[in-house]
Design a protein around this ligand. Structure first.
Ligand code: ATP
Ligand code: MG
Length: 464
């Protein structure tokens, strides 16, 4: 792992925290104070229409100051690039805490739900609708607190006490309220619906439907009350199901308000006193074990992901291609500089530093569950990874920014792209997987499949 000196006294970590619509999100760390911030980089050369969207996002984000909302610190504009500085969430995205098909312990889901509603009610009190509430946009800080992030689709629905209906069909399909497809719609109930989907997903590890439209079988069953024996509903206890029914009420006028949700018996139930911060570090297995006694419903359901056959990439399959990939990874990692030269004197970029980040400080900074150590060396690890990807029929290539980029489709045939980075951490090889585009939950399912394939080479992951 390497760092690049950014503006004075700030180092930029080579590792990418996430990918946004207009570029990457990187971690910056202050050399002296060790303060960490996230930096969203917008590439104006590549995305010509980014400006107006980014301006709107920043205008809205700047107005917000709440413990459950990622803080906006500032921006820096250059002709071709722009940097937005944000509070850093070390715990990654909420979906990382959701075990596919299982979910998470009820007490943990309740804590996250309370924090989500607290943040959302503040947002609504400012007259702002988020419009893209989903586990990928809910980040977790180092203390295990949930923070609403990504105001790219947010909009003002109330101004000087006067509310307006919204007309833009936007958001992420599985989380959309049904009225958003029909338009116009009221802002607050639409955001609350998305919280309802997050709620079901946290408790069951499943999305109930791919979109809330007339053509969708699962959604129509829900609408006509023909759903009870089916998942995800059959995995919920009675109290949780009652809450889900009242949040996911197709009639937006009968849908619960935030205060009503907060007063629902499930939200007021005492699931135990464990702090979420204790769980964020742990593996999902440990986490589930610790919370086991408090889980309301333990029903498990295994849904097989159909094997997807896509056209084979030209680079995979042969041994030669793996050797090329190794070379390519090596070179890009060594020479990669992630920022262009800044123009201002007081923002001078210092020279490139070679100082490696140790295992310890890396893990303290970036906590994720989609990674593991392997016992093999760099070349062998890459080879095993690539043959696992081939066996699973995923399309991959190793030519992109020092990572193996994987492209496939999810259960609902939606595109899914993720990256696997191979890091040499003080001689121990770490495979770190990161979602680029698509559904977080589906990404996690694929991660588990790859992990199963590589079972034989997985090493000691106790310090992850
Ligand atoms: P998209 O439209 O794909 O959601 P976006 O341009 O709106 O992308 P964000 O959602 O803000 O971008 O960021 C992309 C990803 O980067 C997040 O899902 C998250 O993994 C990571 N990320 C963003 N902000 C932070 C932060 N403050 N701390 C840690 N990670 C972050
Ligand atoms: Mg996002």
């Amino acid at each position: 792992m390497q760092t690049t000196a950014f503006v004075e006294d700030w180092l930029c970590y080579d590792t990418t925290l996430g990918e946004g619509a207009y570029g990457e999100v990187k971690l910056l760390i202050h050399k002296k104070t060790e303060e960490k911030i996230a930096c969203k980089i917008i590439n104006h050369r590549k995305y010509k229409n980014a400006s107006s969207n980014i301006n709107r996002e920043v205008t809205i984000h700047k107005m917000l100051d709440h413990e459950n909302i990622i803080k906006y610190y500032g921006r820096r504009q250059e002709p071709l690039k722009e940097y937005i500085f944000l509070e850093y969430a070390a715990g990654g995205e909420l979906f990382q805490q959701i075990e596919p098909d299982t979910g998470m312990p009820s007490g943990m889901a309740q804590t996250f739900m309370k924090q989500l509603l607290f943040g959302l009610s503040y947002l609504h009190s400012k007259g702002i609708a988020h419009r893209d509430i989903k586990p990928e946009n809910l980040l977790i800080d180092s203390d295990g607190n949930l923070k609403i992030s990504d105001f790219g689709l947010a909009t003002l629905f109330r101004f000087k006490g006067k509310e307006r209906l919204l007309d833009k069909k936007c958001g992420t399909k599985p989380y959309l309220a049904p009225e958003v497809l029909l338009r116009p719609y009221r802002a607050q109930p639409a955001d609350i619906w998305s919280c309802g989907i997050v709620f079901v997903t946290m408790l069951t590890g499943e999305l109930p439907w791919s979109e809330p439209g007339e053509k969708n079988k699962e959604f129509m069953k829900w609408k006509t009350d023909m759903y009870l024996s089916e998942t995800p509903w059959s995995k919920l206890g009675n109290t949780a199901l009652s809450l889900a029914r009242q949040i996911l009420n197709v009639d937006d006028k009968k849908r619960l308000t935030i205060t009503q949700i907060e007063n629902h018996p499930w939200m007021r139930f005492n699931f135990g006193s464990d702090k979420v911060s204790d769980q964020v570090d742990g593996t999902s297995e440990n986490l589930a074990k610790r919370w086991n006694s408090m889980v309301e419903s333990e029903t498990r359901h295994n849904r097989e992901t159909p094997t997807v056959t896509l056209s084979q990439p030209t680079i995979s399959n042969t041994r030669l291609s793996i050797m090329q990939a190794v070379d390519c990874l090596r070179n890009t990692t060594k020479n990669q500089l992630c920022f262009s030269q800044p123009t201002h004197n007081d923002d001078l970029m210092l020279q490139f530093t070679e100082s490696p980040v140790t295992r310890d400080n890396f893990h303290n900074m970036v906590k994720r569950m989609t990674r593991f150590y392997v016992k093999t060396n760099f070349e062998k690890s890459l080879e095993s990874l690539c043959s696992a990807l081939d066996s699973l029929h995923y399309t991959w290539n190793a030519a992109f920014k020092g990572a193996v980029s994987v492209t496939t489709v999810d259960e609902h045939k939606n595109p899914l792209t993720f990256k696997a980075n191979i890091y040499d951490m003080d001689g121990k090889i770490l495979l770190d997987f990161r979602l680029s585009k698509g559904c977080g939950l589906e990404f996690k399912k694929k991660f588990l499949k790859i992990k199963k394939y590589l079972e034989d080479i997985i090493g000691d992951c106790s310090d992850l």
